[in-house]
Ligand binder design. Structure first.
Ligand SMILES: O=C(O)[C@H](O)COP(=O)(O)O
Length: 206
């Protein structure tokens, strides 16, 4: 029984490339993002796992990443569940703004607090803590039980929705998780024990 859980942030999106706060907006992958997702799939294929189910958000960049990975691992028809609980954190009024323009307007420190504090939400948006309040109930009710019963599960989602899940899995503090950067298209492969603790963890870096 292998109990594999793969978490992967989508490949580079059009708005990542333009340096815009994205949140719940729905840009697709860039050509570079397509390459990253395809390469992530090839690295997963080399591990040789077969997956029982996949989960993703309702946003195009995560779904497209998942499709490219499933093609690579030879499971293009795998059952996939899409849920907005896995969406990126909502960036509120920052959505669509250039990150450098936002720093010029509100100051470097304030923008850093909005991006990397645990519980200070940007105006009208979600903090990482607020994001965890929707991702974790979903993860613990829908995704984790499938892994614990011995299935292999792939999750393609977003920097901050995945951070909130990683925080819980790895038992990190708010301070520790906000310091963790997730690269686009870089799968993290966990093998879990029966009680949900981590047996092994591999980061499949490019
Ligand atoms: O929504 C966004 O803009 C990014 O995907 C993540 O943003 P961050 O680097 O500020 O967490």
């Amino acid at each position: 029984m292998s109990r594999i859980l793969v978490l992967v942030r989508h490949g580079q999106s059009e708005w990542n490339l333009l340096n815009l706060f994205t949140g719940w907006k729905d840009p697709d992958l860039t050509a570079q993002g397509v390459k990253e997702a395809t390469a992530a799939g090839a690295r997963l294929k080399a591990l040789g796992y077969k997956y029982d189910i996949a989960y993703t958000s309702v946003l195009t960049r995560a779904q497209h990443t998942l499709r490219l990975i499933l093609d690579q691992v030879g499971q293009p028809g795998l059952e996939t569940i899409k849920d907005q609980a896995l969406n990126e954190r909502d960036y509120g009024e920052l959505t669509g703004l250039n990150k450098d323009d936002a720093r010029a307007k509100w100051g470097e420190e304030q923008v850093h607090i909005w991006r990397r504090s645990f519980d200070v939400p940007p105006p009208g948006g979600e903090s990482l803590k607020n994001t965890a309040e929707r991702t974790l109930p979903y993860f613990n009710a829908q995704i984790l039980p499938r892994v614990l019963k011995g299935e292999n599960v792939l999750v393609a989602a977003h920097g901050n929705s995945l951070r909130s899940i990683i925080m819980d899995l790895e038992k990190l503090t708010g301070e520790e998780i906000v310091a963790r950067e997730l690269n686009t298209g870089e799968p993290i492969v966990y093998e879990l024990n029966e009680d949900g603790s981590i047996k092994s963890k591999k980061v499949l870096a490019a």
